[in-house]
Write a protein that binds this ligand. Sequence first.
Ligand code: AMP
Ligand code: ZN
Length: 457
Amino acid sequence: MELMLYDTYERALRPFVALQSGAAGLYACGPTVYDYAHIGNLRTYLFGDVLRRVLALNGYAVRHVICVTDVGHLTSDADTGEDKMEKGSRRTSKSAWDIAAFYTRAFQQDIADLNILAPAVWAHATEHIQEQIDFIAGIERKGFSYRTEDGIYFDTQKLERYGHLARLKIEGLQSGHRVELRDKRSPTDFALWKFSGDAQRQMEWDSPWGRGFPGWHIECSAMSTRYLGALFDIHIGGEDHIPVHHTNEIAQHEACHAHPPARYWLHGAFLKVDGGDKMSKSAGEFLRLATLSERGVDPLAYRYLVLSAHYRSPLTFSWAALDAAQTALNRLRLAYHRLPEGGQPDAHYQQALQAELNQDLNTPRALALMWELLKSDVSEAAQKATLRWLDEVLGLGLAAWTPALPAVPGEVQAMVTARDLARQEKRWADADTLRLSIEDAGYTVRDTPAGTSIQPH
Ligand code: AMP
Ligand code: ZN
C-alpha cells in the first residue's frame, strides 16, 4: 500500500519512496530549551511521533533525530535581539548551561508522558560546535558568506532558488517594507556565526572568525548531516519554520551540496488559543502538560485530542474539547479491557485503517473507523486484536492501562472470604448462597485457581 505524504517543498501529496529500501531517516527540529515546552510545541512532536509510527507500520526502520537548541536562537528570528538561553539565564538566575539541562529534562519527561517514542539521537547544538564551524567553513569556501561587524552572514542573493520552500517573494521583501539591514547586504541574509563582541556571554567558543556562537540555522544543517547523511528522507517541524528556519537550512545545504538536505518536508499546523492566536512561549501565559495533569487530565487525553484533528489543520485548544477527549479515551480504554483475548486482527479493518493513515496521516478518519469497528459484527476477540494493532500507531497505551477498581465494600469482601473458606471446606451449598449474595450486591463472580474473583457488573 502506498504511503502518501504532503510535501511542503512541492506543495503536493507525494508517494513516499525511501532513499534506502526499508529504512527512513527523520529529522525534527526540537525545542529551544530556555523554558518549558507548551502544549502547542508538543502538538508538533506528536505529529512527528505519528509519522514515525506510520512509517514503521509501513515496514520502515526509522532513524529519528530530534535536535535540542541550547544556544544561538535569538529573541527575533531575524538574528537580532538576545540569545534566548542567556535571557532565560537572567530570568531564572541560573547559568545558561543549567537551564538548558533542566528544560531538556522537563521536555523529555513531557515526551515520555505523551507516549512519544524517544528518538535514536537527541542532538544538542552545544555538543556539535566543531561540526557547525566545519559547515560554515564549507559555505565560506563555496563563496556564499561575508563578514560584517557582528558576524559571518549567508549571502542569500547568491542562491538562485533561495526561498523556494516558502515561495518567498524576494523582490517584495527587498523593496517592500523597511527592514533594518544594519550591515547585511539583503534582508533575507542570516547569521552563520555571531561574534560575542563586548557582550558578556556564558556560551561562546573560538572559531576561525573570532570568538562567538553559531547562528540558529547552522546547528540543524550540521547535525542532520552528521546523523543522517548529506541527503536524508524527511525533515519536519512546525509550520512557523517554513519561511525562515527551514528556508535557511536549505540555503546552507544547497551552498555546500547543491541540493536540499531532505527529500520530503512536512510541517505541522499550530495549536491556537481561543481568539485565533497561536500558543507561544514568548507571548505570556501558556499551558504546559503539567498544567493539564494538575487539573486531573491524563496527558494521553491530550494525545487523543491532537489525534482527532489532522496535523495540517489548525486546532484550537479548549477545556471542553479536552474533556471530551478524556471521556472518549476513558470509553475506549474500558471497551478495550472488556473485550476478550485470543483473536487475530481483522484484515478488512486493518486494510481500511492503514489506508486512512497512509493518506497523509489521517488520524481523525482512523479514529472514526476505530469506533465503527467497535460497533461492527467483527468478533469481539478480533476487535481487541485489531485495536491492539492500531494502537501501535495511535500510541494511546491501551494495553498498558489497567482499570482502577473501585474499592470493594467491606461486607462484600467479607462474603468473598467466607465463600473461599466454604469452597475449601467443600460446603458447596454455602458457597452457592454466598455467590448469590455477592451477585445481588452488584458483582460478577468467577472461580479462579487463586480463589473467588469479582468484578462490578
Ligand atoms: P521552539 O521551542 O520555540 O523552538 O519550538 C519548538 C517546536 O514547536 C517548533 O517545531 C515549532 O514550530 C513548534 N511550535 C511552536 N509553537 C507552536 C504552536 N502553537 N503549535 C504547534 N507547534 C508549535
Ligand atoms: Zn532545525
